[in-house]
Ligand binder design. Structure first.
Ligand code: FMN
Length: 218
């Protein structure tokens, strides 16, 4: 696929079809993403892929936690400050408002999609060692972006969601992740359900005006 097309297609998918993604395709994507740059070539990332029966069991266990109002306890939330600056906080409010505006009284579509993990046929969990500097989180983000662009290039949809790592102990248990790794993010991949209302291609959260993020000095 032309790079311009891949980049333009980079929007999230909140409902996948039941079609499975071949395991070797996922492995190939992750292998290619290893080419991503990282601080001093530290490559702090690891990728754990969950499919099939263990994935279904993990989803079920997460839904149970959710139904029992178990408080999310993300690894990154304890690693990084939650005392966010007003600039990104304000952008997040705008995102919430655009959801309400577009989907009106159907906001439950979002909570349902998150709770059911987007009907994903495969989830890639990304980790860094718990003993990591902030640089490693930066590196993990680059690695994640490479995975997503490579997946889109293969005709797949992508869904990066922190909601899938709300319960890191469950992720560790089902994806067999060692205790000394922080479960940073999860990317669901699969085929886009084009009939799903939640995937309406007209819903694209607006980006901040360019002059708010760009400044040239010469
Ligand atoms: C780190 C990260 C975490 C995210 N977590 C969630 C999530 O838990 N649930 C969700 O529905 N979307 C989640 N998203 C998707 C964003 O809401 C989405 O990328 C943003 O609103 C812009 O929409 P677009 O990517 O379709 O253009 C996440 C995205 C990123 C990069």
């Amino acid at each position: 696929m032309d790079f311009k097309e891949v980049f333009q297609k980079e929007h999230v998918t909140r409902k996948f079809t039941n079609r499975k993604v071949p395991e070797n395709a996922i492995a190939e994507i992750i292998k290619k993403a290893q080419q991503s740059p990282s601080l001093l070539n530290s490559q702090p990332w690891r990728a754990y892929v969950l499919v099939g029966d263990p994935l279904e069991k993990f989803k079920q266990a997460s839904i149970e936690n959710n139904d029992n109002d178990i408080k999310p306890d993300e690894d990154f939330a304890s690693m990084l400050s939650l005392d966010w600056d007003v600039f990104p906080s304000r952008n997040m409010v705008t995102m919430g408002a655009s959801q309400s505006f577009f989907f009106r009284n159907k906001l439950q579509l979002f909570s349902h999609a998150n709770k059911t993990m987007f009907n994903a046929p495969a989830i890639i969990f990304l980790t860094v060692p718990k003993k990591s500097p902030a640089w490693s989180v930066f590196d993990l983000g680059i690695f994640a972006q490479s995975i997503m662009l490579l997946a889109i290039n293969r005709g797949l949809g992508i869904m990066p969601a922190h909601s899938m790592v709300s319960y890191p102990d469950l992720v560790r248990k089902y994806a067999k992740i060692p205790e000394d790794e922080a479960v940073g993010m999860a990317i669901a991949i699969g085929y886009i359900d084009k009939n799903a209302e939640i995937n309406d291609p007209k819903f694209i959260p607006a980006r901040v005006p360019f002059d708010k993020i760009y400044k040239l000095t010469k």
